[in-house]
Design a protein around this ligand. Structure first.
Ligand code: BG6
Length: 487
């Protein structure tokens, strides 16, 4: 029996800084992502300015979508995609972020991309800010910690939402907005140079933040909430059909044991890390539990008198989150650790891990879909999911990736269960549908796609595209509306 609705958005996801390339072409200004060097599991990515010719900067060429978008969109159409999640690079539209007038070549580029998608009836889902802001805003204003950046963002969001009316209906204001509640989010999400200058990505780079630093991150987040709410209101006034969503990093964990201390830790984590931002963006106000969290962590943020009203008037229309893995939480110290998307946790003895140490937990997607849905009762999309793995391009041009098929199959089955549970799940856009560079490590060989890109960690390669076995498999899933008996 098919559990997925006929109009389900079977999709794929990317982000400009990891996929687009053309970092200094077509009048684009540099973004914070353009100064991040390549790293690995062992070596953290670093912020390096000025550009060092002896370093690799993965965003500069990325997967070269900038020059290959027609070929890529044709492949997406062949795959049968109904939705393509991508981001606009803010610095391609406003090279310095604080410019008055947009860069026409940037506007033209995305118009061509959206027209190409329309040609194949692929619905775009566009993230306005996916881990990059124009570098000038970071350098000159200390990024999102400065309230002025709200106006620059709204000027940008209004420009593109108006410009692409009729071409783009679904928008996300910030990718994984809750990432800035973690120290590492201060750079790629917040552009807060006063905290991150000279530092990199690993948690060990931020041993102990001062209360001023933590407060800056949460102030930056407050500004993003306001920018998001103003954008939602503006978009709805422009056209009531436009749908604006939030995007939350699935920092999903379980308690390691039934010890009440672990349960309380779990609850605190759910509230303050997973749901806090979604609570604000859906309910238009700060949740009760953050008062204590702010007090205990010595966090002070400056709010203005109208802020409450602004938040209330800009609640999102739908909810999305990324889901890759789960970890465990415990008050015990001597436990085995595991890594995951943006976070580290205690190892779950019931789960296997990916080559990058992320625990694979298909049933968790059902659990957290239910948790999100019962909290907000709005349509939901999974806007990122997938297995980062090493793939091998065979001499005959084939790539056999049964591990990826298995991962996707198990997650799709659990999404079907969630729909059966009553969750209004309307879309699924697995991450890096065409291979792209990794965010956490900057590696190319951590691949998620069903399409292989012939590119390597050192920036070499033909950049030609090859269909993996998972391409044909996902195509069949889409053709059969995700019918689970077929799976
Ligand atoms: C999400 C980000 O956190 O995880 C993406 O939104 C990122 O930008 C994805 O690429 C997967 O993480 P990684 O580190 O494997 O690229």
């Amino acid at each position: 029996m098919t559990k997925f609705p006929k109009d389900f958005f079977w999709g794929g996801a990317t982000a400009a800084n990891q996929f687009e390339g053309g970092w200094n072409e077509g009048g684009k200004g540099p973004s914070v992502a353009d100064f991040l060097t390549a790293g690995s599991r062992e070596q953290v990515r670093k912020y390096k300015n000025p550009i060092d010719p002896n370093q690799i900067y993965p965003s500069h060429k990325a997967s070269d979508f900038y020059h290959r978008y027609k070929e890529d969109i044709k492949l997406m159409a062949e795959l049968g995609l109904k939705m393509f999640r991508m981001s606009i690079s803010w610095a391609r539209i406003f090279p310095n972020g604080d410019d008055e007038h947009p860069n026409q070549a940037g506007l033209d580029f995305y118009r061509e991309v959206f027209q190409e998608l329309k040609k194949y009836n692929i619905e775009p889902l566009v993230t306005l800010s996916h881990y990059e802001l124009p570098f000038n805003l970071a350098e000159k204003y200390d990024g999102w910690s400065n309230r002025k950046v709200i106006d620059f963002y709204v000027h940008y969001s209004e420009t593109v939402i108006k410009e692409y009316q009729g071409l783009v209906k679904y928008w996300l204001t910030f990718n994984e907005i809750n990432s800035i509640t973690l120290p590492t989010g201060g750079y790629f999400n917040g552009g807060i140079m006063s905290i991150v200058d000279g530092k990199g990505f690993g948690p060990e780079e931020y041993p102990e933040e001062t209360s001023i630093e933590v407060s800056k991150r949460f102030t930056a987040l407050h500004h993003q909430f306001l920018a998001s709410a103003k954008t939602v209101k503006m978009a709805h006034e422009l056209n009531s059909n436009l749908q604006i969503g939030c995007m939350i990093a699935g920092l999903t964990s379980y308690p390691l044991t039934p010890n009440p201390d672990d349960m309380l830790l779990f609850q605190k984590h759910l509230n303050t890390q997973l749901f806090f931002c979604a609570d604000v963006q859906n309910n238009g106000e700060y949740p009760y539990y953050m008062k204590r969290y702010f007090k205990e962590n010595d966090i002070t943020i400056t709010k203005e008198i109208d802020d409450e009203k602004v938040l209330k008037e800009g609640c999102v229309d739908f909810v999305t989150f990324s889901y890759y893995s789960t970890g465990c939480l415990t008050t015990q110290n001597d436990v085995e650790k595991t890594s995951g998307n943006l976070v580290f946790g205690a190892k779950n003895p019931y789960l296997e891990t990916s080559d990058w140490g992320w625990q694979i937990d298909p049933k968790g997607i059902r659990f957290f879909l239910n948790e999100f849905y019962r909290r907000y009762r709005k349509p939901i999309m999974i806007t990122e999911n997938g297995l980062g793995a090493v793939d091998t391009l065979e001499e005959d041009g084939k790539i056999h990736d049964p591990y990826r098929i298995e991962y996707m199959k198990q997650h799709i089955e659990q999404m079907a269960e969630a729909i059966e549970d009553g969750v209004e799940l309307i879309g699924y856009t697995p991450w890096g549908i065409i291979d792209l560079t990794s965010m956490s490590t900057g590696e190319m060989h951590k691949r998620y796609g069903v399409v292989y890109v012939d590119a390597y960690d050192d920036g070499s390669g033909s950049f030609d595209r090859y269909k993996k076995d998972s391409f044909e498999w996902y195509k069949d899933v889409i053709t059969h509306d995700g019918n689970t008996t077929f799976l």
